[in-house]
Design a protein around this ligand. Structure first.
Ligand SMILES: *[C@@H]1O[C@H](CO)[C@@H](O)[C@H](O)[C@H]1NC(C)=O
Ligand SMILES: *[C@@H]1O[C@H](CO)[C@@H](O)[C@H](O)[C@H]1NC(C)=O
Ligand SMILES: *[C@@H]1O[C@H](CO)[C@@H](O)[C@H](O)[C@H]1NC(C)=O
Length: 598
């Protein structure tokens, strides 16, 4: 009795309270019985009559009955037959949970005389439960690379309500190359699955993998439960950005508009998130490159920021760097070939100019100059020319060096100045030309002597013409200029008489009377006049002055004077008899003038 009580207390899972009856023969024990759980109602457990050696009717006549612990009537006694059967389905898991063995206690009570038999029913486990994972999906986040082969990751365990052999036995996972499963048994006998890494994870190779975790129990046949294990590989920045091309080459005309797209570079990064975010920049670029081009950090587009000039820079090499959010970078080189466009007109550089150019000089060098064109190819080839109708030629001894020379002797007196247009045209498209205008003046040489309008001047002057009167103006012309054309007039080899009587203005050529004439003394003067230019060339002409008599003497004197004058007049007429009448007319027409001036 005492022992039985303690026994009950120990069986804490069996919530059956035993009511003690103060009776005799209490404590007689029956064989322990056992029955598999989940048997249908009425299933046979044992025949108590047989076990107790009672007669067929004794059980009923003695009012035998079963007293179960608690209120549940698990068992029923068929008093007519003595069969002990199950009154309702027994669920071992509900009755005992994990406790094994699962024992139900009951008493067989008989009256007249009162007898109580103690008995126990062992409820046997059947494999009626599968292992179950509380979570259908487990997510493991594992950083790539950082986790070495052999690393262990704990997984959730499954629960199987069955006990003993039917309890959870083992875990398996669907075959994969990254993990295998290992089972760990805790001191409390719970079995945990552990995931063991067999191969380094690589986010870039496989960013996520899933497999089925199966928990198996030991039943026969075994039951199983599954869960999905999803391994999310956490990216670490283990990849540098890589350019699609290690080298980009583009050809761009130098006159490309500002803002035009030069090239778009592109790099990719296998990492995810920030580690895969790429920004582009120039790497160690010169000031010139940074000024000329701009790169879009995000798109990798390189655009033109300031004009290019083939003549300054024919090509650019730009190193472009793609940097990811984690600081790793890749590089690529862009080579920009600037294409020449005919954007430069030829240039003329004058080395020396000789102007004025002396006349009468063969092959005089007028100008030395060089030409150049900053463009290349045909854009830089040039033709140099001057108009054909000029007495000049272009000569070139060294490429692009020219001399402009006179083709024939120049004559200042026929043309004193030339406007020469030197035209340099390149062969580009479109053709560009440059002109240089040059005025060449011809330097005068004293190659012309003064020319008198007339070789002979004749004038008649009344003998009473006052002193200082203008008599005639002599005129000579000189084609030369300047000093060479400046004429001074002088009397040539003049006699004492002439020099006393006349004077000539050396500049104007005006002849004036210096002293009184006296017909009675001299009737004719023959004066040689020389015109001399600044260069020393001279020419001479003759001035005949005829003195006209007036009645200024008493008759006696006049007669002698007159007789003297006749022969001279006569002689002059005879020597000049063949001269044109025009000359005579001129002389006559000049007759009144002296008086008017005087
Ligand atoms: C668990 O299962 C694996 C694979 O099926 C097997 O290799 C291992 O021996 C089993 N472990 C136990 C304790 O049964
Ligand atoms: C040369 O050009 C100048 C200035 O244009 C002009 O005055 C002059 O008459 C020109 N000379 C000739 C010979 O054409
Ligand atoms: C040079 O002269 C030409 C012809 O006389 C004229 O058409 C041109 O405009 C001039 N060029 C310059 C730069 O003076």
């Amino acid at each position: 009795m005492e022992i039985g009580w303690l026994h009950f207390l120990r069986q804490r899972q069996v919530l059956v309270f035993f009511v003690l009856l103060s009776m005799s023969r209490v404590g007689a024990e029956l064989e322990p019985y056992s029955v598999a759980e989940e048997m249908e109602r009425g299933s046979f457990v044992a025949n108590l009559g047989k076990d107790l050696g009672l007669g067929l009717t004794e059980l009923s006549t003695r009012g035998a009955r079963i007293i179960s612990q608690g209120n549940k009537e698990y068992l029923q006694l068929k008093v007519q037959t003595g069969d002990l059967v199950i009154n309702e389905k027994l669920d071992r898991e509900e009755l005992c949970g994990p406790t094994e063995p699962c024992l139900l206690y009951f008493q067989l009570l008989m009256e007249k005389p009162l007898e109580i038999f103690q008995a126990e029913l062992r409820v046997e486990d059947i494999n009626d439960h599968s292992p179950v994972f509380t979570e259908r999906e487990m997510i493991l986040k594992i950083p790539e690379k950082n986790s070495p082969v052999g690393a262990v990751f704990l997984l959730e365990s499954a629960k199987d309500l069955d006990v003993g052999i039917n309890a959870l036995k083992n875990y398996t996972i669907s075959p994969n190359s990254y993990f295998h499963i290992k089972m760990r048994v805790n001191p409390d006998n719970r079995k945990y699955p552990e995931l063991v890494l067999d191969k380094a994870l690589d986010y870039e190779e496989q960013s996520e993998l899933s497999f089925i975790l199966t928990a198996m129990d030991g039943g026969s046949p075994p039951r199983s439960g599954t869960a999905t294990v999803r391994v999310v590989v956490v990216d670490i920045n283990d990849n540098s950005p890589e350019f699609e091309q290690p080298f980009y080459e583009v050809k761009i005309p130098e006159n490309s508009l500002l803002g035009s797209l030069i090239v778009t570079v592109s790099a990719s990064d296998l990492d995810s998130g920030k580690n895969g975010e790429i920004s582009y920049s120039f790497s160690h670029a010169s000031e010139d490159i940074r000024k000329t081009f701009e790169i879009n950090q995000k798109s990798g587009e390189v655009i033109l920021a300031t004009p290019m000039d083939f003549e300054t820079t024919e090509s650019y090499s730009i190193i472009i760097q793609a940097t990811d959010g984690g600081g790793l970078f890749g590089k690529s080189t862009v080579r920009i070939q600037v294409m020449d466009v005919n954007d430069n007109a030829p240039e003329i550089a004058v080395s020396s100019i000789t102007s004025p150019v002396p006349e009468n000089l063969p092959e005089a060098v007028v100008m030395v100059f060089s030409i150049r064109d900053r463009d290349s190819g045909d854009n830089g080839k040039m033709i140099c020319s001057i108009p054909e109708d000029l007495p000049f030629i272009l000569k070139s001894s060294v490429e692009n060096y020219y001399t402009l020379e006179t083709e024939e002797m120049l004559d200042r007196e026929s043309q004193a100045e030339y406007n020469i247009t030197i035209t340099v045209t390149d062969l580009g498209t479109p053709r560009l030309k440059t002109q240089h205008n040059l005025t060449v003046t011809v330097l005068d040489i004293n190659d012309n002597a003064p020319q008198f309008a007339q070789k002979l001047y004749e004038v008649q002057v009344l003998e009473d013409t006052p002193i200082g009167s203008w008599i005639i103006t002599i005129f000579a012309n000189d084609l030369d200029t300047g000093n060479y054309g400046k004429i001074s007039y002088t009397f040539l080899h003049a006699s004492e008489d002439i020099r006393k009587t006349f004077e000539i203005n050396p500049v104007s050529g005006e002849v004036h009377l210096r002293s009184c004439l006296d017909f009675e003394v001299i009737q004719f003067y023959t004066i040689r006049i020389q015109a001399t230019d600044g260069g020393g060339l001279s020419e001479e002409c003759t001035l005949l002055v005829k003195v006209i008599d007036i009645n200024d003497n008493p008759p006696e004197v006049t007669i002698s004077s007159f007789t003297k004058s006749i022969p001279e007049n006569t002689e002059r007429e005879s020597t000049r008899g063949e001269r044109s009448g025009g000359e005579a007319d001129y002389l006559l027409s000049r007759e009144p003038d002296p008086r008017a001036v005087a």
